[in-house]
Design a binder for this molecule. Structure first.
Ligand code: SF4
Length: 121
């Protein structure tokens, strides 16, 4: 992340107290996802990457790409995704998925379950 991005992100972080609360939840949840092991790849990363509050589309895209890169190599990704879906996380990048991508995944899983039920499986 370049200095301009860092400064802009810090400014955005300080401007939104509710986002700070969500980030705190994120840190606790990712700690839980790692099962106490030092596994979560986002530990120590800038939470602004996962909860970008910038109004600048380019900054949001940059943060999303970077968060997804971090998640791609995370050893607790499956547990993280399961937890995020169970809690129906409304904000942020979890297990490399945006809110919209998680919604699509839940919708697809729900359709599959309904089809399996209708087919008597
Ligand atoms: S999958 Fe991503 S958000 Fe989840 S614990 Fe790993 S790095 Fe953090």
């Amino acid at each position: 992340m370049n200095t301009m991005h860092s400064l802009a992100l810090v400014g955005a972080r300080n401007a939104d107290p509710s986002a700070r609360l969500v980030r705190q939840d994120f840190e606790e949840a990712t700690r839980a996802a790692s099962g106490g092991l030092p596994g979560a790849a986002c530990r120590g990363a800038d939470p602004e990457l996962f909860f970008c509050s910038s109004e600048d589309a380019a900054e949001r895209q940059f943060a999303e790409r970077r968060a997804k890169q971090i998640c791609a190599g995370c050893p607790v990704r499956d547990a993280c995704l399961a937890g995020a879906l169970e809690r129906r996380e409304r904000f942020g990048i979890w297990a490399g998925l945006t809110t919209q991508e998680r919604r699509r995944l839940m919708s697809a899983e729900s359709k599959q379950r309904a089809q399996a039920k209708a087919a008597g499986r």
